[in-house]
Each structure stands twice: as C-alpha cells, then as structure tokens.
Design a protein around this ligand. Sequence first.
Ligand SMILES: CC(C)(COP(=O)(O)OP(=O)(O)OC[C@H]1O[C@@H](n2cnc3c(N)ncnc32)[C@H](O)[C@@H]1OP(=O)(O)O)[C@@H](O)C(=O)NCCC(=O)NCCS
Length: 173
Amino acid sequence: MYKHALSIDIKVAEESQLDFLVTQFSPDNPLFQYNRYEVQKKGEGLYLIAWHSKTPAGHFLLRWSGPKDAAVTRFVDIASRSYLEAGHTNEEFRRKGVATAIIQEAERISKERGCTHIGLEVGIENREAKQLYEKLGYQDWGQGEFTISWEYTDKNGNIGIETEIVTYMQKML
Ligand SMILES: CC(C)(COP(=O)(O)OP(=O)(O)OC[C@H]1O[C@@H](n2cnc3c(N)ncnc32)[C@H](O)[C@@H]1OP(=O)(O)O)[C@@H](O)C(=O)NCCC(=O)NCCS
C-alpha cells in the first residue's frame, strides 16, 4: 500500500499472519492481535502493520469511527471521523519513521473514505506519542482530560482492568 523511504511497507493484516504477529508484538497477550483483526473482519476498520522486509515493525488499528467514550462523543460527532488506536513500534525500529508511515497511510485511506477528520486518544504523560502526533499536525481538542479503562485477558485467561488519563487529539483531513 505505502512504500516508505526506509523500506517500510504498510499492509492490512491477514488472518494467516496472526500467530506470527502475536510472537512479534504481544506474546503475553495473543488476544490483542486477534481482537484487532476481528475489528477489521467486522468491517469496522483496518489493522495496519508496518513491515520491514519480512519483519513486522509496528502497528495501528484504524477504525472508521470513534472513540465511543462518552467524554468525547458529548462534544464530537464521531460519525465522519476515523480513529487511531493501538499504536506501537517495536523497540529496535523506533525513531525511524515507522509510526509516521502508518499514520500517514491511515490518513490517506480515511480521506479516501470520506472522513473529514481523524482522531486519537493519548495518555497525558506519554510525551513521545504526543510529540509524534503534534509533529504530524494533530491538535489537542481543548476540552480537557478524561479517564479511560479497558478490560484485557492474559494468556492464562485472567481478566484485568487497566486505566489511563488521556486527552483527545484530532486533525482535519
Ligand atoms: C510512540 C511510538 C508509537 C512512536 O513510534 P516511532 O515509530 O518511533 O515514531 P516515528 O519514528 O515515526 O517518530 C516520529 C516523530 O515522533 C516524535 N517521537 C517519537 N519517539 C519519540 C521519543 N522517544 N522522544 C521524543 N520524540 C519522539 C519525534 O518528533 C519523531 O520525529 P524525529 O525522530 O524526527 O525527531 C513508539 O515510541 C511506541 O511504540 N511507544 C510505546 C507505545 C505507545 O506509546 N503508543 C502510542 C499510544 S497513544
């Protein structure tokens, strides 16, 4: 789909790759990969993987709309806005433009689909990620911080809850 100068290709995840993606990205949480692929399978978005040759280097989940958090939907009409989540670049590939390449591809696809904006939530203490998004033209929405929480199941089947204080950032496409 997108060819990056550092030989990074952005491709939509395939079902046959999921076990491999688990080993490369989330060996302790296989469901992360499967759940993201499920979003794509249901037609609700695309699970975008950055490949360096045959090595997966990073990922983002692009949803056609979101987020569903009431703290955001009270102020923002998410219907025409795509949404980025689950951003990650493996340590050895960081600061090489991997996340930038995925986000730019996500923006291109979103625009092609008719989305007017693209948004994301970022932890208020996640300095690296905030810097990345600001560099790419994302702006804080100006409505303040809020707490999100999500449930996860680990490889032993234990269910846990994580929480994070985040802000919403967006960009006009
Ligand atoms: C945030 C993250 C996805 C960035 O991925 P990446 O592939 O290294 O990002 P890029 O190489 O495209 O970085 C582009 C720009 O973002 C900013 N940036 C990225 N990492 C940074 C860091 N560690 N410190 C400061 N700025 C950083 C810089 O402006 C950088 O440009 P530069 O390298 O020319 O200075 C990666 O650090 C990561 O996986 N972090 C852990 C998970 C996470 O926080 N995900 C985001 C959740 S919202």
